[in-house]
Design a protein around this ligand. Structure first.
Ligand code: SAM
Length: 245
């Protein structure tokens, strides 16, 4: 059984990536021109970006397929006296009468989508954008070095008051499909005993940017610019964002 962003994975994610850093936030906020703008964050997860947007009084809503991530997002909002409008939905089935001025998919999340739902997901987003609306989207780029890990290897360990969560990883790279096939295992340890485990398949698609631009165009996006956000994830860690309309 596969637990996609299950409880243990989410607890670890929230501990390390609770709120977006200033540089990354600043970049996305620069597209919010006034408080009337309607913003959507598909794949919003724990609200790493959505919560700081709400704190600034921005009209933002989000959705995700992970109940655990959504739960953490709502709880975090409540402790800050915010009421995040987030709900469970897959991007490939997202339809609404509402229209949005800005849609954000940060942190390379789009690369988690299998090829079979990429076109449908992009069309769904295009359909709900206002005429002048913009989509800001990040993907994982082909060319980064992939270290294959064939046997379970411990890759993270965090101790909380009630438990220690250990993360193990296996990684293979399929160069025909450009997929990094990652398997993650999370174990909750209490009193030196494994109390429960989660296994998560985590396939990541690596894209050629030029080819991805064609995919965007084929799905109705005409104006496409790529921004480089230098040190956006902290010193020495930059990322690129597709601005599409
Ligand atoms: C890396 S997390 C990013 C969360 C958040 N956007 C951030 O910037 O921290 C990716 C999120 O995408 C969600 N996700 C994956 N596939 C999805 C799909 N088909 N539809 C909606 N959400 C999805 C996962 O549940 C997870 O919460």
């Amino acid at each position: 059984m596969s637990d996609f962003y299950g409880e243990l994975c989410t607890k670890m994610y929230e501990k390390e990536k609770s709120l977006a850093d200033e540089k990354e936030l600043e970049f996305y906020l620069s597209f919010v021109k006034n408080q009337e703008m309607k913003v959507l964050e598909p794949m919003c997860g724990n609200g790493r970006l959505l919560i700081p947007f709400l704190q600034k009084g921005i009209n933002i809503e989000g959705f995700d397929i992970s109940e655990e991530m959504l739960k953490v997002c709502k709880e975090k909002g409540e402790t800050l006296k915010l009421n995040p409008n987030v709900y469970k939905k897959g991007i490939e089935e997202f339809e609404t009468e509402k229209r949005y001025d800005l849609i954000l998919i940060p942190f390379g999340s789009f690369s988690l989508l299998p090829d079979s739902i990429v076109n449908k997901s992009l069309q769904n987003l295009k359909n709900v954008l206002t005429t002048k609306g913009k989509l800001l989207l990040t993907i994982m780029e082909k060319g980064i070095e992939i270290e294959e890990v064939l046997d379970w290897k411990e890759t993270n360990r965090i101790t909380f008051t009630d438990e220690t969560i250990v993360e193990y990883k296996k990684v293979t790279f399929n160069e025909h499909t450009d997929m990094v096939e990652t398997e993650l295992k999370y174990q909750s340890i209490q009193n030196n005993t494994v109390q429960r485990s989660e296994i998560m398949n985590f396939p990541i698609k690596l894209y050629n940017f030029k080819e991805f631009e064609k995919t965007l165009k084929a799905n109705g996006f005409k104006d496409i610019h790529i921004h480089e956000v230098e040190n956006g994830y902290g010193d020495g860690s930059s990322f690129q964002v597709f601005e599409c309309s």
